[in-house]
Design a protein around this ligand. Structure first.
Ligand code: ARG
Length: 653
C-alpha cells in the first residue's frame, strides 16, 4: 500500500469541489519532518487561501470537513497558519504491516495498474577502449532504475547501446597495421588492442598538441593575460556597485587564465612525455599524419572495405567479452545489446525520410535539422557523406518504436551530452514521435579528492576492473576484522559484496545530477549512509535470529501479531510502510538516491528501536514475537531495497 498516494487521492476528492487545479496542491502533501506534527502534513491551505482571498485556516477547516480519511487516519488537525496534520491510525498501520509481513515477494508494494513499456538505454560504453569510471555511473544508475521500475510492474526493455562503430576502431586498425605485436595479440587480444589504442591515441594527441593545441592556447593565454592586466590596473570608481562588478569580473578572468595555464601545462607534459622517450619520439616522427590516417581507416571501415571489415569482425568479440566480464562482476544484465553498428544499414533511409518530410535541409553541403531554441543545427549527414552519432540515435528511436512500441525512452548518459539529447528529442518530435516520453537521465562527473575528474596517480583514467579490485581489496580489511566470518572463502566473498556494494551505493546515494567525489575511505565507512553500514545493519538484524535460535519461517507462519507498546516501534512501523513511497519517488524522477535515503532513514529508525526495545529479552512472549516480526520485516525491506539497487547483502559480517 502506498499511503501517501492514498492520502493524496482522498485530498483530490476533497479539493475538486473548490474548482482549482488540484495536482500542484497534492504535491504539498508530504511525510511530516517532525513526528510531533503527525505522520503526514498537507500544506495546501496556504496557497489556496491566498488564491481564494480567504483565511488559510478557514480553508483548511473546510477541506477537512470534506476529507474522508476516517478509515486511515485519526481526525485531522489544523495547526499554525493552516497546516493539516494527519496521524495514521494504529489499527490501520498494523493491518498494513501484517500484509507486508505476509508478502514474501513484494512486501505489500502494489504493482502498477496500467504498466508502461519503457526502453532503458544505459551503460553504452564505447568498446575497444577501456571502460572508465564514468561508465560505472551509467551502468549502476541504469541497472538500479531497471530493477526498481520492473519491481513496480513496468515493462522494462534494457538496451546497451554500445559504441562499436566509432573512431576508436579506426585507431585500433591503424595501430594494428603499423605497431601490432602478433604474439601478444594471439595470447591476450584485449590487452594488446588496449595498448594499440593508447599508443595511437598518444601519438595523435602529441601531434595535435604540438601543431594546434599548444600554439592556440599560448595565443589565448597571451590575449587573456593582457585583458587581465587591464582589469587589474583599473582604478576603483568609488561607485560601490560598479566596483563590486569589476572585482567579480577580475576574479572570473583570473580563474579562467589559471584554467588555461593548467591546460597548457598538461598539454606540454604530454608532448614532453613522448619526447623524453626515444622510441615514442621516433614513432611520432615516422607517423606525422597519424590523426588523419586513423580517420581514414574509420572511413574505410564504414565504406565496407573488406580488410578493415574483417579486422573489425575479428576484434569485436574480444571487446564484448571484456565488457561482459565487467557486467558479470557487477551483476548487471541487458535484454539487448544493439550497438551503433547494428543501425548502419538504416542511416541513409533516416536522412532520406527527414529530407522528404522537409525536416532536414542542406547547409554548407551537410544535411541538418534546425530545431527551435538551438542555434546550432543538428547535423545528420556530414559534407563528406558520413553519418553521425545523431543519425544513429534517430535510427535507434525509429527501430525501438517499431519493435517495442514503448511509452518512454530513457537515456542514462553523462550530462555533457545534454545538448545532443535536447536536439535529438526535438528532432524526434518533429519527426512524429509526439506522445513518447523522452528523457535524458543525466548524471554528473565523478571527481577525485583533488576536485578534478577522477584519475589515478599516474594520470590515466582508471580502468573499471582496477577500480573494483581496489574497492574489494580495501573491503577485505573490514572482513578480516570480523570475528564471525569462518573461513577465508567467506571473508573473500563478504569483501567482494562490501567492495562492489560500496562503489555502487556511493554512486547511487548522490543525487545523480551533481558531481560526486570518489573516495574509498568515505564509501567504505562503517558509519553513515554507505553500503557497508546498510549491509551491516541487515546482518545485525539477522544476527538476532541466530542468537535467539529463532526459525523465521516458523515465526512468520505462527500467526504472531505485531503490536505497538513503545513509540519507537510505531516509528519503525511507519518507516517500514514508506518503502513503496520511496520506490515510487525513484520512478517519478529517475533518482535512485530517494531509495538510499529511505534505507538510511529506516536503518536509523531501527537503531532507535533496538536501543529502546529489547527483543529477545522482551517482557512478554507476545512482545518478543511482535518485535521479531518487526526485525524480520526490517531485514527483508533492506535486502529488497539493496537488491533493487543491485547490491547484495551478507548473512553475517
Ligand atoms: N557511447 C556513448 C558514450 O560512451 C553513449 C551512448 C548513449 N546512448 C545513446 N543512445 N546515445 O559516450
Amino acid at each position: 500500500m502506498n499511503l501517501l498516494r492514498e492520502i493524496r487521492a482522498r485530498f483530490a476528492s476533497a479539493l475538486s469541489p473548490l474548482g482549482v487545479e488540484v495536482q500542484p496542491l497534492l504535491e504539498l502533501i508530504l511525510p511530516s519532518k517532525d513526528a510531533a506534527f503527525g505522520d503526514y502534513q498537507a500544506n495546501c491551505a496556504m496557497p489556496l487561501g491566498k488564491r481564494l482571498g480567504r483565511k488559510p485556516r478557514e480553508v483548511a477547516e473546510e477541506i477537512i470537513a470534506k476529507l474522508e480519511v476516517a478509515d486511515l487516519c485519526e481526525p485531522p488537525e489544523v495547526a499554525g497558519p493552516g497546516f493539516i496534520n494527519l496521524r495514521v491510525r494504529d489499527d490501520y498501520l498494523l493491518e498494513q504491516l501484517h500484509t507486508a509481513s505476509g508478502d514474501l515477494e513484494r512486501l505489500g508494494v502494489e504493482s502498477a495498474e496500467s504498466p508502461r513499456t519503457v526502453v532503458l538505454d544505459f551503460s553504452s560504453p564505447n568498446v575497444a577502449k577501456p571502460m572508465h569510471v564514468g561508465h560505472i555511473r551509467s551502468t549502476v544508475i541504469g541497472d538500479a532504475l531497471c530493477r526498481v521500475l520492473r519491481f513496480l510492474g513496468e515493462q522494462v526493455i534494457s538496451d546497451n547501446h554500445i559504441g562499436d562503430w566509432g573512431a576508436q576502431f579506426g585507431m585500433i586498425i591503424y595501430g594494428y597495421k603499423h605497431f601490432v605485436d602478433e604474439a601478444a595479440l594471439a595470447e591476450a587480444t584485449v590487452p594488446e588492442l588496449t595498448r594499440l589504442y593508447k599508443l595511437v591515441n598518444q601519438l595523435i594527441e602529441h601531434h595535435d598538441a604540438k601543431l594546434r593545441g599548444i600554439p592556440e592556447l599560448e595565443a589565448k593565454i597571451e590575449d587573456r593575460a593582457d585583458a587581465l592586466a587591464e582589469l587589474e590596473s583599473a582604478e576603483p570608481t568609488g561607485d560601490k556597485k560598479a566596483d563590486k562588478q569589476a572585482a567579480k569580473k577580475l576574479k572570473a578572468a583570473q580563474t579562467q587564465l589559471a584554467g588555461l595555464r593548467s591546460e597548457l601545462t598538461s598539454l606540454t607534459q604530454k608532448v614532453a612525455e613522448v619526447e623524453a622517450d626515444p622510441r615514442l619520439s621516433q614513432l611520432a616522427a615516422a607517423h606525422p599524419n597519424i590523426g588523419t590516417d586513423a580517420i581514414g581507416e574509420t572511413a574505410k571501415l564504414h565504406a565496407g572495405n573488406a580488410e578493415n571489415q574483417a579486422l573489425w569482425e575479428r576484434f569485436l568479440p574480444a571487446c564484448l567479452a571484456e565488457i561482459n566480464a565487467t557486467y558479470d562482476r557487477l551483476g548487471v544484465t541487458f535484454d539487448h545489446t544493439l550497438g551503433e553498428s547494428f543501425y548502419q544499414p538504416l542511416l541513409a533511409g533516416v536522412v532520406e525520410d527527414l529530407t522528404e518530410k522537409g525536416l532536414a535541409t542542406e547547409s554548407d553541403g551537410a544535411m541538418c535539422v534546425f530545431t527551435e531554441g538551438h542555434a546550432a543545427p543538428f547535423i545528420v549527414r556530414k559534407k563528406d557523406g558520413a553519418f553521425l552519432y545523431a543519425t544513429t540515435d534517430l535510427a535507434t528511436i525509429k527501430y525501438r518504436m517499431q519493435e517495442w512500441k514503448p511509452d518512454a525512452l530513457l537515456y542514462v548518459v553523462d550530462h555533457r551530452q545534454g545538448q545532443h539529447f535536447d536536439q535529438l528529442f526535438a528532432t524526434a518530435r518533429l519527426w512524429g514521435y509526439e506522445d513518447l516520453e523522452l528523457q535524458h537521465v543525466a548524471f554528473g562527473t565523478v571527481m577525485g579528492e583533488d576536485g578534478r575528474p577522477y584519475k589515478t596517480r599516474s594520470g590515466a583514467s582508471v580502468g573499471l576492473m582496477g577500480l573494483l579490485d581496489e574497492a574489494v581489496d580495501r573491503a577485505r580489511a573490514i572482513a578480516d576484522k570480523s570475528e564471525v566470518l569462518a573461513s577465508d572463502d567467506e571473508r573473500q566473498e563478504v569483501a567482494e559484496r562490501i567492495g562492489i556494494g560500496a562503489i555502487k551505493y556511493a554512486d547511487l546515494s548522490h543525487n545523480r545530477t551533481s558531481d560526486y567525489v570518489f573516495s574509498y575511505d568515505k564509501m567504505l565507512a562503517m558509519n553513515g549512509n554507505t553500503a557497508a553500514y546498510m549491509q551491516y545493519s541487515c546482518a545485525r538484524v539477522r544476527g538476532i535470529f541466530a542468537k535467539g535460535d529463532v526459525d523465521v519461517e516458523e515465526l512468520r507462519a505462527s500467526g504472531a501479531k505485531i503490536v505497538f507498546s513503545e513509540p519507537a516501534e510505531r516509528a519503525l512501523g511507519i518507516a517500514l510502510l514508506r518503502f513503496s513511497e520511496a520506490l515510487e519517488r525513484v520512478a517519478s524522477d529517475y533518482r535512485p538516491n530517494h531509495l538510499t535515503a529511505y534505507l538510511f532513514e529506516l536503518a536509523s529508525r531501527y537503531s532507535e528501536f533496538f536501543v529502546n526495545c529489547p527483543v529477545l529479552k522482551a517482557e512478554t512472549e507476545e512482545l518478543k514475537q511482535s518485535r521479531l516480526l518487526l526485525c524480520d520485516l526490517v531485514a527483508r525491506t533492506i535486502e529488497c531495497g539493496l537488491g533493487l539497487l543491485g547490491i547484495r547483502t551478507v548473512e553475517r559480517m
